[in-house]
Design a protein around this ligand. Sequence first.
Ligand SMILES: [Zn+2]
Length: 97
Amino acid sequence: MKKNTFAEMQKIAFMKALKNARGRDRGGIQKDMNPSGFVGLARMYCEEPDCCAREVDIRIKEYDENVSALPVCPICKKGLKTHAVYVVGEKREQIHG
Ligand SMILES: [Zn+2]
């Protein structure tokens, strides 16, 4: 079996956090606010030691679950580590991963 590369593992972690956030969203948090799509915040982190960027927040608005790529750092263009994906309106301290 082929081993996943670091970038593939980062992407898997991001997609899992996004999928979990979409699932929590369907629990009704955005039901009245945004019936047709998902709006959230991806809190990402650049782990490149030579890069000056650290936290990178990405506001996500998607329809049809169309976010499919691993976000990259706007400074060094390396793949970002996922800290969490939040649903808009969700209490951030309650969510880990
Ligand atoms: Zn970077």
